[in-house]
Each structure stands twice: as structure tokens, then as C-alpha cells.
Design a protein around this ligand. Structure first.
Ligand code: LLP
Length: 444
């Protein structure tokens, strides 16, 4: 594909600051990502389509490796998973955090080294545990007391499985109530406050089939401040010191989970990774020195910050409606490919692409095509006043937790995923079709 490229707008400024670094404006209102025109992608692969910039994903993996050179960086697969993604993450030297047999099997069958994988989950099914042991997963993170005996029994008398214990450190952080996981009163982990964590650690240490490599916590998601991580880290180091005092065991690993926040709209705050790395390292060194502990290896599990800003959603406008004071622009996707505005009230910054408009901006609500009034993709955004059916809208920062949370609602079908890299576009995941719906539905 040959394209004419205008001079790039410097990254970090203006409207394009939240777009992939490879984004450049094209003549006549076009936009290219990864060297490919988004309008051309919409023509070739149809809409809705999700575009993933391979270079942006790889670059973000490298940024993590550079910021945390001695730590283990595990990409949280729940943000988005496909075989290509598995390969990029593996090639960039990251590990993987999975939370089901499905994610695990997809990753391993796509070639990801199982020993670099950690299995999470607050309710692991027998199938999850069986797959983890069969495939030789690196670590299983124990999330509830009943798992201890179940995993030990599944390992069998001859075997030994590395495990961690997920601790609730009592720190509240995150972009929305539904994604705050660091305090008691939510379903994840074992409490530091009520002694549940200490009790589980003692039981794990008493199981010859289980090797406790360390402790884990994940305080929440879409966190934009370093401070809550430092508070949690201090508490986790305190617990590691107590484990050493009570059991005489120094645990070699400390996993601080993910949750690193990103900007969804220009001007929004993102977590400063360099500051996070520097201050976590300092806090860990200080805390361990004070407790006379050997410094454990730090692990982190970013999902959103690796893939979120690398994704762009493309929609075609199907209808424009003026109702009272409001202007609704309805597109060919919606809450089945992006439930995040409805679930968490997240706000996005869609943009008209593929043609230049000189019309004055107008406050517009971008809605989906699903049968609910709450199917809103972007409330009250400024878009050109002449938007009409057939236009293309692009939504940046669409790479994380959109497709991975996509549903079959209204049988609209899940969109295609297209990778762009160095001027080439290729299909990663094909669009869901009528044939897919029919072939799963075997009754009747
Ligand atoms: N580690 C664990 C144990 C987690 O539960 C999660 C996310 C992560 C790592 C990665 O967090 P991240 O770096 O991506 O924030 N659906 C929600 C987010 C749910 C996050 C669940 N756990 C959303 O769309 O915002």
C-alpha cells in the first residue's frame, strides 16, 4: 500500500498525543497508523475493525523492559490476547499472566514458553488446574484457601509446583469501584488484615507438593499515581519479614500486579513508568534493608499499558439523528465490542477520519447499534457538524479490555482485528460471521 504522508506532528502534543506514536496525518483528513491509512483498512477489511499497531506494542514491551531491567514483566493477557500478540510479547522477552485454561492453552499452542506463564483466577476450575499442570505453567497464584489442597492433590505425590499467594494489602486504588481489588470486601485474594493471608502461607509451606516462591498483590486497575503501589509494597515487605520470622523462610519473589493507568483522552493523566520503577526499587531496597531481608525479585503484570494505546477502533456511521438538544451519531459497532463506557463510565475521544471537514464542531453523542439506550460509545464529544452516514470514526486507545470483553449481543458479531506494521496491514482475527453463530448453535 503506498501512501502520501504529511510531516508528523511531534508525539506528546495535541490531539494525537494519545494515538500510537506511528500516527501521521494524511492529506484530506486521513490518518495513517503503522504506515497504513485507516480509511484504506476500513475499505479492505470492513467495519467495525480493530487496528493494532505492532510497533507500538513492541515498543511498549521494550519500555517496560528498560524501566524494569532486573524485574520480571508479565503481560496480562486478559487485556487482549491473540496468537500474534503472544508472539510479540514472547519475542520482546516478557512473561505472561493468564487467568483461564483458555488463555493458557492459546498462549502455549502459539508457542509461548509455559515456564514464563503465571496462572491467576479467584475461582480456578478443575480444567484450569489440569491445564496448568499438564502444560507446565511457571507459577500458580493461590487466591483462596480451598485451592491449596486441590492443587497439591492434583500435583500428586511425586510432583512439585511453584505457587504464589495473592494477598490483599488493604490499599484502595483504581479508576473505578469495579476494578479496585486491594482492600477487603471484594472477591480477590487473602486478607493481610484478618490473618487469612498468613494462615494460607503457613498451609502452603506445609505442603511438600507446593513450592512457595513469593507473594502477589494486585491493588486495582487504571491507577495513575505511584503512591498506592509504594504503600502496598511496604506492607508486602512487612509480611515477607514476618514469614521469615515465623517460618524461617525468605521468599525470593514479590509480584506487585498490574494496574498501570493510561490516558484515554488528550490531557488525561497516565502512570509515570519511570517514576514507578525508580520509587518501587528504592522502597524495596529500603524496606528490605530495614527488615534485614534479602531483596526479592520484583514482578509486575501490566496489561492495559502494553496494548491499550496500540489499538484503534474503526466504525462506519450508519445514522445521524437530532433529538431535542442532542445529536446522535450511530455507528456499526457499540457495546458488544466496547462495553467499557457502559460498565465504568469511561470516556473516549473519537475522531472523524477519511475526509476533511470544514464544518464547525458540534457536541455529539456517539452511540452503538445495540438495543439499549445505554449503548453509548462517547457522550458529548466535539465532532464536525456535518457528519453523515458513510463517514468513518476512529477511536484511539482501544487496544485493552474492549475485544477481550466483547460479547455476542444482538448477534452483531465480534469485529476483525488487523495488525499494522511498517506500511503493511494483515488480518489477525477474522470478523465473526453468521456461519459462526449457526455452527455453535447445534440444537433445533
Ligand atoms: N494482574 C492481575 C492479577 C489482574 O487482575 C489484572 C487486571 C492485571 C494484572 C492487569 O491490569 P492492567 O495493567 O491491565 O490494569 N476490564 C477492566 C479492567 C479489569 C482489570 C482486571 N485485572 C477495564 O476495562 O478497565
Amino acid at each position: 500500500m503506498t501512501i502520501t504522508v504529511l510531516p508528523a506532528i511531534p508525539a506528546g502534543t495535541g490531539e494525537l498525543s494519545i494515538w500510537p506514536a506511528s500516527t501521521v496525518p494524511l492529506p484530506h483528513g486521513g490518518l495513517a497508523v503503522g504506515g497504513v491509512s485507516l480509511a484504506e483498512i476500513a475499505e479492505r477489511f470492513e467495519t467495525p475493525a480493530y487496528v493494532l499497531d505492532e510497533g507500538e506494542v513492541r515498543g511498549r514491551c521494550r519500555t517496560y523492559r528498560d524501566a524494569f531491567p532486573e524485574s520480571g514483566v508479565l503481560y496480562a493477557a486478559k487485556a487482549f490476547l491473540s496468537r500474534a500478540m503472544v508472539r510479540w510479547v514472547a519475542e520482546e522477552g516478557l512473561g505472561l499472566d493468564v487467568c483461564s485454561a483458555g488463555e493458557l492453552e492459546l498462549a502455549v499452542t502459539a508457542g509461548f514458553p509455559p515456564e514464563r506463564i503465571v496462572l491467576h483466577g479467584n475461582a480456578k476450575s478443575p480444567r484450569d488446574i489440569e491445564a496448568a499442570l499438564r502444560l507446565g505453567v511457571g507459577r500458580i497464584v493461590i487466591d483462596s484457601p480451598s485451592e491449596i489442597a486441590r492443587i497439591a492433590a492434583a500435583v500428586g505425590l511425586e510432583g512439585r509446583q511453584k505457587v504464589m499467594v495473592r494477598v490483599v494489602p488493604g490499599v484502595s486504588a483504581g479508576g473505578h469501584d469495579k476494578i479496585r481489588t486491594g482492600t477487603d470486601g471484594q472477591k480477590f485474594g487473602l486478607s493481610l488484615t484478618d490473618g487469612g493471608a498468613q494462615h494460607a502461607i503457613a498451609r502452603v509451606l506445609g505442603q511438600p507438593q507446593l513450592e512457595l516462591t513469593g507473594l502477589h498483590c494486585h491493588i486495582g486497575s487504571q491507577i495513575t499515581e505511584v503512591k498506592p503501589y509504594l504503600v502496598a509494597l511496604r506492607r508486602m515487605v512487612g509480611l515477607m519479614a514476618r514469614v521469615r520470622d515465623v517460618h524461617g523462610t525468605e521468599l525470593p519473589e514479590l509480584d506487585m500486579g498490574g494496574g498501570h493507568g493510561i490516558a484515554y483522552r488528550p490531557g488525561e493523566a497516565a502512570l509515570d513508568l519511570t517514576a514507578l520503577a525508580r520509587r518501587l526499587r528504592a522502597e524495596l531496597a529500603e524496606g528490605c534493608a530495614a527488615a534485614n531481608l534479602t531483596v526479592p525479585r520484583l514482578l509486575i503484570e501490566p496489561g492495559r499499558a502494553v496494548v491499550g494505546p496500540a489499538g484503534v477502533a474503526l466504525y462506519r456511521v450508519l445514522a445521524v439523528k437530532h433529538t431535542g438538544e442532542k445529536v446522535f451519531v450511530a455507528v456499526d459497532g457499540g457495546m458488544s465490542d466496547n462495553p467499557r463506557p457502559a460498565l465504568y463510565g469511561v470516556r473516549y475521544a473519537p475522531r472523524l477520519i477519511g475526509r476533511h471537514s470544514t464544518a464547525d464542531p458540534r457536541t455529539t453523542t456517539v452511540v452503538g447499534r445495540h438495543c439499549e439506550a445505554g449503548d453509548i460509545l462517547a457522550e458529548a464529544v466535539e465532532l464536525p457538524g456535518d457528519i453523515h452516514p458513510g463517514d468513518l470514526l476512529a477511536v484511539p486507545v482501544a487496544g485493552a479490555y474492549q475485544l477481550s470483553m466483547a460479547s455476542g449481543y444482538n448477534l452483531v458479531g465480534r469485529p476483525a482485528v488487523v495488525a499494522v506494521h511498517e506500511g503493511t496491514a494483515r488480518l489477525l482475527v477474522r470478523r465473526e460471521t453468521l456461519e459462526d453463530f449457526r455452527s455453535r448453535d447445534i440444537g433445533g
